[in-house]
Write a protein that binds this ligand. Sequence first.
Ligand SMILES: NC(=O)C1=CN([C@@H]2O[C@H](COP(=O)(O)OP(=O)(O)OC[C@H]3O[C@@H](n4cnc5c(N)ncnc54)[C@H](O)[C@@H]3O)[C@@H](O)[C@H]2O)[C@@H](O)CC1
Ligand SMILES: Nc1ncnc2c1ncn2[C@@H]1O[C@H](COP(=O)(O)OP(=O)(O)O)[C@@H](O)[C@H]1O
Ligand SMILES: [K+]
Length: 479
Amino acid sequence: MRTAYSVETVRAAERELMARLPEGALMQRAAAGLAAACADLLGRVYGRRVVLLVGSGDNGGDALHAGARLARRGAGVTAVPLSPERVHEGGLAALRRAGGSVAGVAGAEDLIERADLVVDGIVGIGGKGGLRAEAVPLTEAAARARAAVVAVDLPSGVDADTGEVHGAAVRADLTVTFGTHKPGLLVDPAREYAGSVRLVDIGLELPGGSAQLEALQHADVAALLPVPAPESDKYRRGVVGIAAGSARYPGAAVLAVAGALRGGAGAVRYVGPAADAVIARFPETLVSDQGPRRAGRVQAWVVGPGAGDDADTVNEVLRAEVPVLVDADGLRLAEAGAVRRRAAPTLMTPHAGEAAALLGVSREEVEGARLAAVRELAGRYGATVLLKGSTTLVADAADGVPVRVNATGTGWLATAGSGDVLSGLAGSLLAAGLSTRDAASAGAYLHGLAGRFAADGAPVGALDVAGAVPGAWRDVVSG
Ligand SMILES: NC(=O)C1=CN([C@@H]2O[C@H](COP(=O)(O)OP(=O)(O)OC[C@H]3O[C@@H](n4cnc5c(N)ncnc54)[C@H](O)[C@@H]3O)[C@@H](O)[C@H]2O)[C@@H](O)CC1
Ligand SMILES: Nc1ncnc2c1ncn2[C@@H]1O[C@H](COP(=O)(O)OP(=O)(O)O)[C@@H](O)[C@H]1O
Ligand SMILES: [K+]
């Protein structure tokens, strides 16, 4: 499991560790890791030109000490302090001793244009708001130049705790972060600015259970996935009900069933007007035209994909005493009060546009503040919420539970109907007995991986994604 901690928690852990170590030891650990990552990126250090963009705090100190290490290995290192009157003294002295030089901001753009590597030590976890105006032309020059850009701890200008980006920020090829991931490194839009992320262990001990974010990995998901026991039968494995599709959108029903058949439930029941289309494609589906209440027992429902304006079905499903996944049109048709009053768990799976409509804000606002949006929705509805998109987030209604972030997705999943596959898949995992949080995060993980496998670098359709789920499942359980 990969975890990310808030700035406040990181600072407290740093204070605790610093009290036990000689002065400067922690920064040396950080600088050693940073210099090693820079050297790996450069391939050869000797003779390379390195420019350090140095802010007024310890983030600049890390950059200066790492620069000193690179200078000792023969790189030509120039520091550009953005506020020369406030710069990490020890770092500056170390750089000078190692043969590095210092340049003013005027003329720094030329240096950057000729550099092999630009190190962004402008600001780290102490950053507030976007970049200050004086730093912007230098970061623009770095973006134009052929030099690789390495961010120290975080790309300067992004918000460490929220992943929001207000104003200009550095775009890095690599971010070398210390002690733990910060939420901004895992959540868009900030994640995109970070490039690839390398975590350097500096010995921080973070309190268990206090993470802001968790990103599941293969072993975590493998431990969640249901496995049939010798005594299993189709009912014990769980039955998932799919109430989806309409005369206008029969395909949504087919796609949700396609996902559900690969999600570990023992049987899939379909209720709705697209039964013929479903049976034609998936004869193993149990279909009913009697409405959700009389369709037979299920352990979980999926409602909403392609539902059009069928509010009655949505509200009938919400009255069921089993976990319910609400997606697509169902999100618009479900009354907030009816969701909040449910005794059994509810999982809502909006994309940014649907989340925006529920919150009464613009889509851009949701995309710019994904973590805040998913938490707000989970709180308002008293439900688990999965916010789809480039980094899918899963928030629980309960306070203090880390938000799960899924990073297996690929832009190829942005294809019509792939969300319907996800809702069937996650609903099936719910019916198999996973909690809403686990079903959502394991479903998103498998769906993202299936998208990658199915696409393999070329466009895919949603049904191909469903077809690739068994391969993703095997990949996960085989390590
Ligand atoms: N505290 C520790 O024990 C360690 C800290 N380390 C480094 O120290 C960093 C934190 O250092 P600081 O607390 O000094 O904070 P920073 O260096 O992140 O930033 C603080 C300084 O930047 C200025 N600033 C704030 N927002 C800005 C903005 N938007 N644009 C430009 N300047 C801005 C502030 O005026 C302040 O002087 C970490 O990110 C990490 O790189 C590492 O050396 C590891 C150990
Ligand atoms: N840029 C992206 N990167 C990764 N995954 C994405 C991206 N855009 C969309 N997705 C995923 O594709 C799926 C699309 O679902 P949705 O928007 O509901 O589409 P539809 O309604 O057509 O089924 C979601 O699982 C979402 O997370
Ligand atoms: K930085």
